[in-house]
Write a protein that binds this ligand. Structure first.
Ligand code: FMN
Length: 190
């Protein structure tokens, strides 16, 4: 088993996956770690929806219309290619997990703390999967915020907020990106 520090420091967002599927057993290992994230007042505000291809297909009309809007705004010539790219981002990833956090409209501090806890939970899942050699990409693209997505997934947007889609699979390429020097953000006060 790889050391925890190594997992923390080597994890990278994965944008290209192999076609190999990720087993339910491995996902369950990740969900156990997700469930052990800290959460103030033990609200357990997170939910994870593992979205299969049949359901993903139902998202495509919204995916295509958002891709068209974006291409028009950016004055892209090849709208068809933009649409195909957007479809591929949803359909060609081995696993797609929609992550939501509980809303508390009458207590915005609670809602903020719950969002923080859900992020901890999501990242526990990400790190647990990374330990198993499985990569992921957190996405907050327009489709994650579109009301049509809530409708397809039957998520009540007055009770839960989608905080992102997590695309999951075995890495084809692990990007190397520059990180800040810790000296830029740490300050020891006397
Ligand atoms: C809240 C959040 C939202 C993100 N949304 C996207 C996204 O919509 N599309 C994307 O390609 N990457 C997204 N990412 C991944 C970041 O781009 C990535 O974490 C960043 O480039 C640093 O790379 P690393 O994760 O490999 O350290 C998101 C990350 C976070 C934390």
């Amino acid at each position: 088993m790889r050391e925890v520090q190594e997992i923390l420091n080597n994890r990278r967002t994965i944008y290209r996956f192999t076609s190999e599927d990720v087993s339910d057993l491995d996902l369950e290992t990740g969900f156990l770690a997700a469930n052990n994230a800290p959460c103030h007042k033990l609200t357990f505000p997170w939910k994870f929806y593992v979205v299969g291809k049949e359901t993903r297909k139902k998202l495509l009309p919204a995916v295509v219309s958002l891709a068209r809007d974006k291409a028009a705004k950016k004055k892209e010539d090849d709208v068809q290619m933009a649409e195909e790219r957007a479809i591929s981002k949803i359909m060609d990833v081995p696993r797609m997990i929609v992550v939501t956090s509980k809303l508390s409209r009458n207590d915005l501090f609670r809602e903020k703390e719950d969002y923080a806890a859900t992020v901890c939970s999501l990242h526990n899942l990400v790190l647990s999967l990374w330990d198993l050699g499985i990569g992921s990409q957190w996405s907050t693209g327009a489709i994650t915020r579109d009301e049509r997505t809530y409708s397809v997934l039957e998520i009540d947007s007055t009770k839960e907020r989608i905080i992102g889609f997590l695309k999951v699979g075995y890495p084809e390429i692990v990007p190397t990106n520059e990180k800040k020097n810790p000296n830029e953000f740490k300050f020891y006060l006397p």
